[in-house]
Design a protein around this ligand. Structure first.
Ligand code: T5A
Length: 207
């Protein structure tokens, strides 16, 4: 099973992936916890370029190509081999982030985004995508500020983040069978329990 977690900055994806992974491992499943951009040695180098707040001159198309380059490496080197081994893959972001950030956020034509996505992913799509949604963008940005996280995207204007959030909601609306939208402001444990129960149901382990 291939599961992605999406959302705007500081929505709680990393925290939820840790909790879910721990629970699934305790139930005897094999789990790969990974993230984008990154997840491979080459991908982590690309991540360094993408998130470096000094790279203010980066062109939107350069950014788009780098995310896709990292993703193709991630899929071939880690995700596909894990899925072939029956390992549950939990990824912190995947293609929907590119559609939301580079498409709806930066304004790159969605046809260009999807054409590149088909090349990079070879059509691979998550089985389930949890969208941790926070209506008030500031909540997530403040959470990240508190832990001193200020990369190139956290420094973007609030309007950019609002467009990204609206983009995620539009993507989710188009694919209701894949997306599960949850309130990212819910208490941590309550949110984890909800996510874990949904995954267990899909895995048919609830007796
Ligand atoms: N990007 C990425 C693109 O533009 N295009 C793409 O194609 C891709 C793949 C990646 C950046 O790249 C962009 C998007 C991103 O800007 P990143 O460092 O990987 O950057 O950062 P994010 O994925 O955005 O992750 P964040 O670190 O911003 O947030 P998370 O993982 O959503 O949040 P998390 O779990 O680290 O939590 C943040 C803080 O909030 C607290 C946590 O304890 C932590 O302190 N918290 C909660 N507090 C209260 N209640 C809850 N429910 C909480 N959940 C978490």
């Amino acid at each position: 099973m291939f599961i992605s977690f999406e959302g705007t900055e500081g929505a709680g994806k990393t925290t939820q992936i840790s909790n879910v992974s721990r629970e699934l491992i305790s139930l005897g499943y094999k789990v790969l916890k990974t993230h984008e951009p990154g997840g491979t040695l080459i991908g982590e180098e690309i991540r360094g370029i993408l998130l470096n707040s000094n790279n203010t001159a980066m062109e939107p198309i350069t950014e788009l190509l780098l995310y896709n380059a990292a993703r193709n490496q991630h899929i071939k080197e880690k995700i596909i081999p894990a899925l072939k081994d029956n390992i549950i893959v939990l990824t912190d972001r995947f293609s929907d982030s590119t559609i939301a950030y580079q498409g709806y956020g930066r304004g790159i034509d969605l046809d260009i985004i999807m054409a590149l996505d088909n090349i990079a992913t070879m059509g691979l799509r998550p089985d389930i995508t949890f969208l941790l949604d926070i209506e008030d963008i500031d909540v997530g940005l403040k959470r990240n500020l508190e832990i001193k996280k200020t990369d190139r995207f956290e420094l973007e204007e609030i309007e950019f983040h609002k467009k990204v959030r609206a983009g995620f909601l539009k993507i989710a609306e188009r694919e209701p069978s894949r997306f599960i939208i949850l309130d990212g402001k819910m208490p941590l444990i309550e949110l984890s329990n909800k996510i874990i129960n949904i995954i267990k149901e899909r895995l048919n382990v609830i007796k």
